[in-house]
Design a binder for this molecule. Structure first.
Ligand code: SF4
Length: 131
């Protein structure tokens, strides 16, 4: 995911990340990092399989716009197509369809909108990925 305060683009490691250890500036991490709410912890209907280290997917939600976004590890670009992930996305798409919300999959700079009856690949776009 992108971190504006660090000018970090999606799909790139954060300079402060110590792989397998954690954040090297945790006590002084940017506000954006402090305010991040992981969907795996926030959504009550997700199984253990959704744990980001297993699923390779990080979830964010926008409760005002009824949006849910699945940020997929670019080194596992098809992880979102596996089960139970894909079926869950389709269920969410059904749920938000009447609420003007959207279900979005982001893989690096690529964006895919998930509708109940189809998936629409928007291709690669910096503005879409950073929104
Ligand atoms: S929490 Fe730490 S490692 Fe993670 S993005 Fe923020 S600064 Fe980087």
């Amino acid at each position: 995911m992108s971190v504006y305060e660090l000018e970090k683009s999606p799909g790139e490691w954060c300079l402060h990340c110590r792989v397998g250890v954690g954040c090297s500036i945790y006590d002084n991490r940017p506000t954006e990092c402090r305010q991040f709410l992981c969907g795996y912890l926030a959504l009550s209907d997700l199984s253990e399989e959704w744990k980001p280290s297993r699923s390779k997917i990080i979830i964010t939600t926008d409760v005002i716009r009824n949006d849910i976004t699945f940020h997929v590890d670019p080194s596992c670009p098809d992880a979102w197509r596996r089960e139970p992930f894909y079926s869950y996305m389709k269920q969410r798409a059904e749920r938000v369809a009447s609420q003007r919300g959207r279900v979005l999959v982001i893989v690096g700079w690529r964006s895919i909108v998930i509708f109940p009856d189809r998936d629409v690949d928007l291709g690669t776009s910096a503005t879409t990925s950073l929104s």
